[in-house]
Design a protein around this ligand. Structure first.
Ligand SMILES: C[S@@+](CC[C@H](N)C(=O)[O-])C[C@H]1O[C@@H](n2cnc3c(N)ncnc32)[C@H](O)[C@@H]1O
Length: 319
């Protein structure tokens, strides 16, 4: 169970890894989105293309091309994203930028197969406050509901590198069971006014606040002595939104074996790495912002210490 955190731009690092012939077993990450958050002043920060969707898409194309050769054939890449909102101030109209569609096309262009997708519902009230989205607010809805729209779900897009998977992942050997697969593969048909609406794969049970900057979550995942991560290092409103641990664990358990390595190019405070280490996988992450990379290191070390301590206690009981 090893972790490697590189405080660097993921793109040159992925080129270097490809030259060395390194290939990972699974990749799980949330890309930085254009115009939603930005994490640093760094030019290499993919979130810093606020004024131009084309610039973001160009960056993403370089990114997808660099990712493709470092994932093993037949193995999966899980990309977590949410459609990006357009504001009247920036675009002259309110609406959505179809980042999910664009990312699908760019991943396909790089050689990946679009393999599956899952929706993760979000709480509309929490989203209304967090994004200050007036399309979700009661006041707008009461004044003129044509401006209102439903909350934005999170999506997990699953891509695959073509070719034969040389090492099967056998969930039954890895401690999962058929009942779990019934839940996780469920095609939900949601009844509405006695009628059925379109089928969609929805994971209803991902805890929205089970995050590495949440005290209760950090205490349950890493331990009571571990401090939750700071995710806001700038003086202004910029902050990082960590990925839910439940979601990461599910990807890790479904699509990798113990001892394999999970790669996150946008490592943040290390949520994907912690989710991999929790289940005895190795983690390799790149993260541009040194504050986040420091937090990732601290969180990874925390979970490794916890697991090693538990193993020592078990060995003592065996004696
Ligand atoms: C959506 S956040 C990821 C958060 C992460 N999933 C977590 O839970 O901590 C995106 C991250 O990508 C980083 N980033 C942006 N451009 C990058 C680049 N070119 N190379 C590496 N990291 C980058 C940002 O600093 C930010 O931490």
């Amino acid at each position: 169970m090893k972790f490697d955190i590189k405080n660097t731009d993921c793109i040159p690092e992925m080129h270097r890894l490809a030259k060395e012939g390194v290939q990972f077993d699974l990749s799980v990450f949330s890309p930085p989105f254009a115009s939603l958050y930005s994490y640093s002043e760094d030019e290499a920060d993919m979130g810093n293309s606020k004024d131009s969707d084309d610039e973001f898409l160009l960056h993403y194309e370089f990114f997808a091309n660099a990712l493709f050769p470092i994932i093993k054939p037949g193995r999966n890449v899980c990309v977590h994203l949410q459609q990006v909102t357009r504001t009247k101030g920036d675009y002259g109209h309110m609406g959505l930028f179809d980042i999910r569609g664009h990312v699908n096309r760019l991943m396909e262009k790089a050689g990946f197969i679009l393999y599956g997708e899952v929706a993760i519902p979000k709480n509309p009230q929490a989203q209304s406050i967090r994004l200050k989205a007036h399309q979700l607010q009661f006041s707008q809805w009461e004044k003129d509901s044509t401006v209102s729209r439903p909350a934005l779900a999170d999506w997990l897009q699953i891509y695959k590198v073509p070719g034969k998977n040389e090492t099967p992942v056998r969930p039954l050997d890895n401690g999962l069971d058929r009942d779990l697969w019934i839940d996780w593969a469920d095609m939900v048909w949601k009844p509405k006014d006695g009628q059925l609406c379109l089928p969609s794969s929805i994971w209803f049970d991902i805890r929205e606040t089970h995050l590495l900057n949440n005290t209760a979550s950090v205490h349950s995942v890493i331990g009571k002595g571990h401090k939750p991560s700071n995710t806001k290092f700038q003086a202004d409103e910029r902050h990082l939104c960590p990925l839910q641990i439940d979601l990461i664990e599910r990807c890790v358990l479904l699509w990798s074996n113990p001892g394999e390595t999970v790669f996150s190019p946008f490592g943040g405070i290390g949520s994907e790495a912690v989710g991999a280490l929790m289940h005895r996988r190795n983690a390799y992450i790149t993260e541009l912002n040194p504050n986040y990379a420091y937090e990732a290191e601290r969180n990874c070390q925390g979970i490794v210490n916890k697991i090693e301590h538990e193993e020592r206690v078990l060995t003592l009981f065996d004696l």
